[in-house]
Design a protein around this ligand. Sequence first.
Ligand code: AMP
Length: 339
Amino acid sequence: MANQKDYIIATLGSHTALQILKGARDEGFKTLCICRKGEEAPYKSYGVADEIITVDDFAKDFFRIEADLIKKNAIIIPHGSFVSYIGAKKMNDVKMMHYGEKAILEWESDRIKERQWLLAAGLKMPKIFKTPEEIDRPVIVKFHGAGGGFGYFIANNTKEFHERIKAYPNNNGYVLQEYIVGVPIYTHYFYSLLTDELEIMSFDKRYESNADSIGRIAAKDQIDVGLQTSYTITGNMPLVIRESLLPQLFEMGRRVVEESRKLTKKGLYGPFCLEAILDPKLNFYTFEISARIVAGTNPYTNGSPYTWLKYNEPMSTGRRLAREIKQAIEQGRLEEVLG
Ligand code: AMP
C-alpha cells in the first residue's frame, strides 16, 4: 500500500509556490522548491520548503534536474509560471509525476481552441472581429505575446483603429475583441476527479498597472499627458461576490468541466479559473480560462470566506490540491489524478 510519506510535493519558486508548499506541508507532505539563483529568500523566510534546489534557469535546468526529482518520488504541481517557462508544447516532455492533465493545457494556451471550448460549454464571450472593417462597437486590441497586456488599446470604430494602430508598426498580430464595460471577476474553482464535486474556492480581482490608477487622474490630465492604458499585473485583491450570482457560476464551471471531457481523455480537473467581465445587466462575459491554479488564490493562504463555509479549517487552493493527492494515494488512485 502506497504511503503518503513516500511522496514529495514540488513546484517552481514563483507564482503560487508559497501557498502550494504551505498547503502540502499542512496536509503532511514533504516539500521541495526549485528556485532560481537569487530568488530563494521568500521560500527560506516563510519556511515552506523542506528542500530547495537552486537553478540558473527554469526552462533549461528543469529537464536537467528532472531525473533527480523522479528519484525523490516528487510530484510536480504546475502553476502559471511553470507552464509559461516550460511551454505548453514541451509539457508533454515532462516525465515526472505531474498533477493534472497536460493535454488540456494545449486547449487553454491556444486562443482559438480555448474559445471553441468555452463557447461549446455555453459561456458568453466577448465578440471577436475578424477584420478592423467589421468593428461596430468598442474593441480592445490585444497584441499577440503582449506581456502583461502592455500596449493594449481601445478603439471605438474602424477609423480610430487605423489611426491608433499606426503607433505599433512592428506588431506580431492582434485580436480585436469586443470591449465589455463592467467589472473583472476571476472565479477560482476546484473540480475533484475523486468525488466528481465542483467547488468554488474564492474570487479575486486584479490590481493592474496602470489601468487601476488612471481613474485617480482627471480625464483632462489623462489626455494632456497622452496616457496609454496597460494591464501589467502587479497583485490580486480578494473579493466576495453577490450571493445570487453563485448558482450561475457553479453552472458555468460544471459545463466547462463537462465539455472538457470531450476534448481530452480525462478533461479538466483540479484548480481552474474563469476570467470574466460582469456587465451592469449581470451578464458574465468570459474572456479566458486558466486550467491550473491562478495567482488570484494567493490572498487566501488561510482560506477564503467560501472555503470556511465548507471546511471549517483553513483551506487554500494549494492545500485543497494536496488533500486531493493525499486522498488519491490513500485510495490507491494516484495514477488517476496524474497526467
Ligand atoms: P488579458 O491580457 O486578456 O488577461 O487582459 C488584461 C486585462 O484587460 C484584464 O484583466 C481585463 O481587466 C481587461 N480585459 C480583457 N479583455 C477584456 C474585454 N473583452 N473587455 C473589457 N476588459 C477586458
